[in-house]
Design a protein around this ligand. Structure first.
Ligand code: SF4
Ligand code: SF4
Length: 376
């Protein structure tokens, strides 16, 4: 089981309590962004384009604690920016652990080895290491040669020191599902607790706008990747969310389930979109017109979104608030092979497309050489 029983129990009892209190909107995961600066500049990133004075600013530990105390979510994800660049990140994590919050500290791991001493292993703390696939693909994705090797070194060091570690992979158009499956083997062989997956979101501000996935393409890609699973693969995510990615289920966005708090306040409506800020979680819930968001809303900014901060809370709510949901989750956990001959064919098609693309590139470079020789 990739997620410890104690964590599942905490989340399940929390959801039941919210249901018994009749709360329609409640947070499951606080997306806490204590800073926006980063030591990488990935082409698909929508977080690092702020002006310099914003990139230099940090949330204080007290501001972080105020946000979690106010919203009361049982889990905290700390993305960024690169959280390990925050000068008080050790203090922030210690304060969240003292509050018994399950923390996913998302890091590109460039600084992980040298900053490990700031933390103590705990069931409440997981390093969620950004690795977008095998070496060549990851280095291309994060625009940094050698990035993969550093991330793997960081993972090994954290595992050796006794920390919980997962990988965190974002997939864009052009991802090769065969390579992603090979990466799963590599990641599990390292000894990580599980893997986290997400399709990239179409950030307006990201420098690379060509490689974001539409919904139909996302489903096709995830069907190819996640069908016919190997028993060794473990995912640190809701199994119903994985079925959603594969196109087996339809869910609506419940962005209030993973609210984002950062230097500007509570971001409306979610971690991905910026339609203004408010001072409290209660105000966010009350003053946001939620019917304006989600794929069914007709909002073009949400049209292709399948990102976990919008849809994973929906699956958790479904699982822990009805017998049908609980049954669906138990089934998805126990029978996770998803045998699908059609998905094998898809993998072969992706392979053929890649080979055709590779030979075109070769022919293309041959032409360039021919032309260069002719010119000489
Ligand atoms: S590591 Fe994360 S925060 Fe940093 S540039 Fe890449 S996507 Fe953005
Ligand atoms: S659909 Fe995606 S972008 Fe739109 S509100 Fe939900 S999580 Fe945010």
């Amino acid at each position: 089981m990739p997620v410890p029983i104690s964590q599942m129990w905490t989340v399940a009892t929390y959801v039941l309590k919210q249901r018994m209190q009749g709360r329609e909107h409640y947070p499951l995961v606080l997306m806490l962004e204590p800073l926006f600066r980063c030591n990488l500049a990935c082409a698909g990133c929508g977080k690092i384009q702020y002006p310099a004075h914003i990139l230099k600013t940090d949330l204080s530990p007290e501001e972080c604690f105020k946000a979690i105390d106010e919203c009361g979510a049982p889990m905290v994800s700390i993305p960024g920016g690169e959280p390990l660049m925050h000068p008080q990140i050790g203090e922030i994590v210690a304060g969240l652990i003292a509050r018994k919050k399950y923390i996913y500290l998302c890091t590109n791991a460039l600084l992980l080895k040298e900053k490990l001493h700031l933390f103590k292993p705990s069931k409440y703390l997981t390093f969620s290491v950004h690795v977008d696939g095998q070496r060549e693909h990851h280095d291309f994705s994060v625009c940094r040669e050698g990035g993969y090797d550093i991330a793997i070194e960081g993972i090994k060091a954290a595992l050796e020191a006794g920390f919980r570690v997962t990988t965190n992979t974002t997939l864009f158009d052009g991802a090769d599902p065969n390579s992603v499956r090979a990466f799963f083997d590599e990641a599990m062989a390292l000894g990580v607790e599980g893997m986290v997956l997400s399709p990239g979101y179409t950030y307006d501000k990201a420098p690379d706008q060509k490689h974001f996935l539409g919904r139909a393409r996302s489903r096709r890609l995830f069907r190819a990747i996640l069908s016919n699973r190997k028993p060794t693969w473990k995912f640190n995510m809701s199994p119903l969310f994985l079925e959603f990615l594969m196109g087996k289920r339809n869910y609506q966005c419940t962005a209030w389930g993973a609210p984002a708090y950062n230097l500007f306040g509570w971001q409306r409506p979610c971690y991905l979109l910026q339609d203004g800020y408010v001072d409290t979680y209660a105000e966010l819930v009350k003053t946001t017109d939620w019917s304006h968001y989600g794929t069914e809303s007709g909002n073009p900014k949400c049209a292709n979104c399948m990102v976990s901060c919008g849809y994973e809370p929906t699956t958790v709510h479904h699982a822990f608030s009805s017998f049908s949901g609980l049954f669906a989750m138990a089934k998805a956990t126990l029978f996770s092979r998803y045998r699908d001959p059609g998905a094998v064919k898809l993998l072969e098609e992706y392979n053929a497309t890649n080979e055709a693309h590779a030979s075109l590139v070769q022919i293309g470079s041959g032409k360039v050489e021919d032309m260069e020789q002719t010119a000489v």
